[in-house]
Design a protein around this ligand. Structure first.
Ligand code: ADP
Ligand code: MG
Length: 395
């Protein structure tokens, strides 16, 4: 992959695909980690005299303009973090975008409105996507791919634009790929993967592949309940992927066959409802009452999971162990994060929410070897899949 050092950017319009998909509460950014991670590449290009045009997505507006997904608050925060003004275009490839880009002097920066306001960005139809990519590419002379969290998407700004412009990989993507290579090429053992979170169906897919690579698989968070159910236990109102039960039974057998240690929660915080202040009790993982939902792993599970991380040499962790946004249900996630910090291992945290949890809990970011900005992207890399955004940058 070419890096930005190889591009002559002075005086030229450079389109940077960044990942600025941050969690918002109204128009307040609750975790700006992805914006901070995008700053070095943008600042370097501007310092070298480029006219920097940043593009990114936010949330899932599904091809329509939706004010609650505007990148305007992100433009403001990006300006603060860069310590220089960021011009904001109120559309993606329309009049405002063109006027904003034309107004840029050397070393100045603009951010385009949410890419996903345009149906072409995510279209499965190559022609529709290509037509949008043409318009996006027309704004610039060079392309820099730096949105690691989106490289697993075959989207116009990720996949099609680099086919249309001379391109290079930004520093964030270079750093992320270097770490993931370490995890896939001969990781130090024991190699332990901890999975949790809410996107159960997305993540079950990676397990099949990981079973051939890891020594131990620790499962918490929302996906643990599909495993408990597959073992024949009642999970009440907990998150459950009914249509994946057969597949999960297959994983359990496969793990046993391959000698991969599968670690599941042994106790659960079972709440009466999904709420910050929901009454809850600690129950055995095999005895969740039918009218309760598991919102975090229990104290015995925290100890168990920590013990399974203590001797690890390599750890990849993706997905919170519980609903960490609610203080009462953040303890399991904290226990796993602290166990990673304590382990003398190469530790990688992947996933927007997992990274946000680390910061929300006030844990030191430098306690981990690497905190990835991409959840889905890092999981697909570990699965051994070809990531469209990386493949496009290789060409
Ligand atoms: P990441 O962004 O790190 O990849 P996900 O997006 O998959 O993680 O999942 C994060 C979400 O999972 C959090 O919002 C958290 O509240 C939720 N979650 C974790 N455990 C549970 C659970 N037991 N029930 C419901 N939601 C859960
Ligand atoms: Mg997430």
């Amino acid at each position: 992959m070419r890096t930005i050092d190889s591009l002559d950017v002075k005086g030229r319009r450079v389109l940077v695909r960044a990942d600025l998909n941050v969690p918002l509460d109204g128009d307040v950014i609750t975790d700006d980690g992805r914006i901070r991670a995008s700053v070095p590449t943008i600042a370097t290009l501007a310092d070298r005299g480029a006219r920097v045009i940043v593009c990114a997505h936010l949330g899932r507006p599904k091809g329509k303009v939706a004010p609650q997904f505007s990148l305007a608050p992100v433009a403001a925060r990006l300006g603060e973090l860069l310590g220089r003004p960021v011009a904001f275009a109120e559309d993606v490839v329309g009049d405002s975008a063109h006027a904003t880009v034309e107004g840029l002097a050397d070393g100045e920066i603009a951010l385009l409105e949410n890419l996903r306001f345009e149906p072409g960005e995510e279209s499965k139809d190559d022609e529709v996507r290509g037509a949008f990519a043409d318009k996006l590419a027309a704004l610039a002379e060079l392309y820099v791919g730096d949105g690691f969290g989106a490289v697993h998407r075959k989207h116009a700004s990720v996949y099609d634009v680099p086919k249309r412009l001379p391109h290079a990989a930004g520093g964030l993507i270079v750093a992320e790929v270097e770490v993931l290579k370490k995890l896939t090429e001969n990781p130090a053992r024991p190699y332990v993967v901890v999975l949790g979170g809410a996107k159960v169906s997305d993540k079950l897919g990676v397990i099949a592949n990981l079973l051939g690579k890891v020594d131990r698989l620790v499962i918490g968070g929302g996906m643990a309940y599909t495993f408990l159910k597959a073992q024949g236990h009642e999970v009440g109102k907990s998150l459950l992927q009914e249509d994946q039960l057969d597949q999960v039974r297959g994983f359990i057998d496969e793990a046993a066959k391959r000698g991969v240690e599968l670690v599941l929660p042994v106790d659960i915080l079972a709440a009466t409802t999904f709420a910050e202040d929901a009454p809850y009790e600690v129950v055995e993982a095999t005895a969740i009452p039918a009218d309760r939902e598991g919102l975090d792993i229990g104290p015995k599970s925290r100890e168990l999971f920590a013990s399974k991380l203590a001797d690890a040499a390599t750890v990849f962790w993706n997905g919170p162990m519980g609903v960490f946004e609610f203080d009462a249900f953040a303890g399991g996630t904290r226990a796993v994060a602290e166990a990673l910090i304590a382990a003398g291992a190469f530790t990688v945290v992947g996933g927007g929410d997992s990274a946000a949890a680390v910061r929300k809990l006030g844990l030191p970011e430098d306690g981990f070897s690497h905190i990835s900005t991409g959840g889905g992207a890092s999981l697909e890399y570990l699965e051994g899949k070809t990531l469209p955004g990386l493949a496009a940058l290789e060409d």
